[in-house]
Ligand binder design. Structure first.
Ligand SMILES: [Zn+2]
Length: 111
């Protein structure tokens, strides 16, 4: 999951990669706060995990899309199977959106 937050010093968007798919797992993985230097201005910042927002993985989406196009072209002569390979990236897109929305909906209780 790719998470984003805004730097307190320069207000630019920073990204963090985590394994967790929800905030509870993230709390186990990283703790209550993420301590990181800003990618742009280098200021050391502490961000509470509730302030992190998930974003759909665009890179994975592009890969899925191009793979879908290639596969669709490849299996086009086999008929109906082509519609499945065509739908796969679309399904993947909605799955990514849903994962991000689910993540953003749930906040961990603040101590
Ligand atoms: Zn900054």
């Amino acid at each position: 999951m790719r998470l984003s937050y805004y730097c307190k010093s320069c207000s630019r968007k920073n990204f963090v990669r985590v394994k967790s798919n929800n905030r509870f797992d993230l709390q186990m993985e990283k703790g209550d706060e993420i301590k990181r230097n800003c990618d742009l201005c280098g200021t050391h910042g502490i961000t509470h995990i509730n302030r992190l927002d998930a974003e759909p993985n665009r890179m994975a989406l592009i890969i899925a899309l191009s793979l879908g196009v290639v596969l669709t072209g490849f299996v086009f002569y086999f008929g109906w199977i082509a519609s499945i390979t065509f739908l796969l990236p679309i399904w993947f897109y909605f799955d990514q959106q849903k994962r991000a929305t689910d993540f953003n909906k749930i906040k961990v209780p603040r101590k």
